[in-house]
Write a protein that binds this ligand. Structure first.
Ligand code: GLU
Length: 374
């Protein structure tokens, strides 16, 4: 298949390894891990750059604490992650060391990366590690992330890493062979595998309706979210079975394994961050005319088109734009705080100075700071 050339030619690759691939009942699968490390080293020898996003901290930690469960509460899971992460990083270090490759542990949080400056800092660190020929091993810093603020699954985290490093391919190594024509039903023959997805439409979402995978937090739906986010960074994704021998090398050689999802139109780095990483601190509800101006005419958002404002946010904060039907259709960085927008909403641009005593420009969200969602 000619589309597989994308994987063959990919230079910078993010490889996400799921808990179900690396561990079995909390114990490491040493052969799988060793084999992935060897494939990573081989690809690096070919001149490719690899970032590993590795799950497994909670499973490993729970086992070494002698638990038969992965932690019954968030603090217990966090404690397990704290114990398990040491071992996880050490396992990757030992295995990649055998191939003469250094490993750098990178623990990130969603709130950390929501801050544009820290996001750029993380980018510098990761690209510096790659420049040094080292393998960044990334995981969520589970210890500090509470339920509302965490990535929660490494599928979404891996898509953010794709955007961080500007990767051209994301490989999700999981415990299923790829996307099936429909969710597998236990006891029935496995449905056919979908080899290629050009666009995530309703049919694809239906096919993803469930996941065979019992481990890890991300089912097939979260994988599709990750695929979509990676695709808007301009990266293709291959979803495949990480327990099969040599699967990563085969993907990177352009072989027809797993499911290949093509990349979509690329959003510039900052806009991608705005759409997929930043968390909106408020929202503005727009009238129908403003929705058309933003969506179809490529215009900035003016005060006149705003019907309602909610949330507590200041200048430069990310906010959602809502259409009259209540759907979020765009995100942008506010040029005015919520209190100011409350005073100027529905009014003409020429009135801003009079109403506020100053003006921060005509646009409430400048076009350059606005991104339309799918
Ligand atoms: N950060 C979690 C861990 O290392 C994994 C999250 C996931 O399963 O996607 O255990």
């Amino acid at each position: 298949m000619t589309e597989r050339k994308i994987a063959l030619e990919a230079k910078r690759i993010v490889v996400k390894v799921g808990t179900g691939v690396l561990t079995d009942g909390g114990a490491v699968r040493p052969r799988v891990m060793g084999s992935i490390a060897r494939q990573v080293a081989d690809l690096m020898d070919e001149g490719r750059e690899i970032v590993l996003v590795s799950s497994g901290a909670i499973a490993l930690g729970a086992r070494s604490l002698g638990w038969s469960h992965p932690g019954r509460s968030i603090p217990e899971k966090q404690a397990a992650a704290a114990v398990g992460q040491i071992g996880l990083a050490e396992l990757w270090r030992r295995r990649l060391d055998r191939h003469g490759r250094r490993v750098g542990q990178v623990l990130v949080t969603r709130t950390g990366l929501e801050d544009r400056e820290r996001f750029l800092n993380a980018r510098h660190t990761l690209t510096t590690l790659l420049g040094l020929g080292a393998v960044p091993v990334v995981n969520e810093n589970d210890t500090v992330a509470t339920e509302e603020i965490r990535f929660g699954d490494n599928d979404n985290l891996s898509a953010t890493v794709v955007n961080l490093v500007g990767a051209d391919l994301l490989v999700i190594l999981t415990d299923v062979d790829g996307l099936y024509e429909h969710p597998p039903v236990p006891g029935e023959p496995k449905p056919a595998l979908v080899p290629l997805v050009e666009k995530i439409d309703a049919r694809v979402k239906e096919a993803a309706g469930g996941s065979e995978s019992a481990f890890g937090r991300g089912g097939m739906i979260t994988k599709l979210e990750a695929v979509r986010s990676a695709s808007r960074s301009g990266a293709a994704t291959v979803l495949c079975n990480g327990r099969k021998a040599g699967v990563l090398s085969r993907v990177a050689a352009g072989e027809n394994v797993g499911t290949l999802f093509l990349a979509g139109s690329r959003l510039a780095g900052r806009k991608h961050w705005l759409a997929y990483t930043a968390r909106p601190l408020g929202r503005v509800e727009l009238d129908a005319g403003a929705v058309v101006a933003l969506r179809e005419r490529g215009r900035s958002l003016l005060a006149a088109g705003i019907a309602k404002v909610d949330g507590r946010f200041g200048i430069g904060d990310p906010i959602s734009c809502i259409d009259p039907a209540g759907n979020e259709f765009a995100r942008g960085l506010a040029a005015y705080g919520a209190d100011e927008i409350e005073r100027i909403k529905g009014r003409k641009t020429s009135e801003i100075n009079l109403l506020l005593g100053y003006s921060n420009g005509d646009e409430v969200i400048h076009r350059d700071d606005l991104v339309l969602l799918d």
